[in-house]
Design a protein around this ligand. Structure first.
Ligand code: FAD
Length: 343
């Protein structure tokens, strides 16, 4: 922890240079590491290579198999605490142990998922360490001159992309939205070190009695789908989503929506893609009657292939589309379904 008196020019740079390495907090539920952890290892490896430093993963709960997987996905080292206190997520012990090991090992950068777990306890860690936290990042880079982490995220209602720095404190902590970063290379025989961490004196005033799972209305999990057919206000009515469901079914995908379509009441919020909805990264994203507002784009622009169907050739969605079809969704989509059924 840096106290104000430590922030004098001479001691200040020495204090900062004591922090080395990139850490990824690998969250788990029911013993299975979340896919965002592998995405964070992908971006973490790139940052660590640029800084010529090592990449470590932190795992609370879960077993050795899950710890070894993190090495195969790029971690040089895994700090693993197997204590049963971590079997179910609970803010207090999670924040206590992560703060303690950050103080012991002094990483330069700490990344976690912008998931309900990361959003809940990472701010406590940052506050205990008296350092900054940038929540919900969509891109991360290293500043070539200073070596600081450039933490990029939408701001002012998504109207600008802000670059946030934490130049005077360490570690630099960021949570990153799931599905915006690509996984790194999986190397089955990659070697790494697993360091066992003790949970001595880690306590909790609260106890998790039961976890109740939300029943999703989405037939296919939107964030896991390889193909997403999304509809916007351009559909004009709720029946338009029946047509999109048919296209999604032919392609084995899921149905997404813009906020405008959700606000119209044509489809439920669980399908919403964008800044205040889900972030998705499918192989194919088909945007039907969606204009391409920045708040929608931040949730889907990492998709491998974007196909836009819009009757306005000037619609901004065409600026990021891989393929664009200028036309009426009610003419184009039935034709697509017919052709795909013939294959
Ligand atoms: P519109 O912008 O109205 O576009 C409709 C498009 O359909 C037009 O381009 C039109 O040319 C086309 N069209 C019309 N008829 C047809 C037809 N028959 N065939 C083909 N094309 C047709 N939005 C999100 O999507 N997700 C979010 O998470 C989100 N979060 C937000 C958070 C904040 C803080 C704010 C301020 C806004 C947010 N929004 C979000 C709203 C966003 O700004 C846009 O208003 C919204 O994305 C527009 O949805 P749309 O593209 O469906 O509608």
């Amino acid at each position: 922890i840096l106290e104000d008196e430590d922030l004098q020019p001479s001691s200040f740079s020495t204090q900062l240079s004591a922090y080395k390495g990139v850490w990824v907090f690998a969250e788990q539920r029911e013993g299975v590491v979340a896919s965002v952890a592998y995405e964070l290892l992908g971006v973490g490896k790139r940052l660590a290579d640029e800084l010529r430093t090592e990449l470590s993963a932190i795992l609370f709960g879960a077993d050795d198999v899950q710890a070894k997987e993190l090495i195969k996905w790029g971690a040089d080292r895994v700090y693993h605490c197997k204590d049963t206190i971590f079997d179910k997520f609970n803010d207090e012990p999670y924040a206590m142990l992560l703060t303690r090991i950050i103080n012991n090992y002094k990483p330069e950068i700490v990344l976690a998922g912008a998931t309900p777990i990361g959003r809940s306890f990472i701010p406590r860690v940052a506050a205990s360490l008296k350092t900054g936290l940038t929540a919900d990042c969509t891109a991360l880079e290293i500043d070539k001159d200073s070596g600081n982490l450039l933490q990029i995220r939408p701001a002012f209602g998504g109207n600008i992309m802000a670059t946030i720095l934490c130049p005077n404190h360490r570690p630099q902590i960021a949570t990153v939205r799931p599905r915006v970063m690509k996984r790194g290379e999986y190397i089955a025989d990659r070697n790494g070190e697993i360091i066992s961490i003790s949970a001595d004196n880690i306590t909790s005033r609260t106890k998790v009695i039961e976890t109740v799972k939300e029943v999703s209305e989405c037939m296919v999990n939107l964030q896991e789908a390889e193909v997403i057919v999304a509809g916007g206000r351009g559909l004009g009515r709720s029946e338009g989503f029946k047509m999109l469901e048919e296209l999604a079914e032919v392609l084995g995908g899921a149905v997404g929506a813009s906020r405008a379509a959700v606000d119209e009441g044509w489809i439920s919020y669980s399908h919403q893609v964008g800044q205040t909805g889900k972030t998705v990264c499918p192989k194919i994203y088909i945007a039907c009657g969606i204009s391409g507002a920045v708040q929608h784009l931040v949730g889907m622009q990492s998709s491998d292939i974007i196909i836009a169907i819009n009757k306005n050739p000037e619609a901004p969605i065409f600026n990021i589309a891989t393929y664009g079809i200028v036309g009426d969704v009610y003419e184009v989509v039935p034709l697509l379904i017919k052709k795909l059924r013939e294959i």
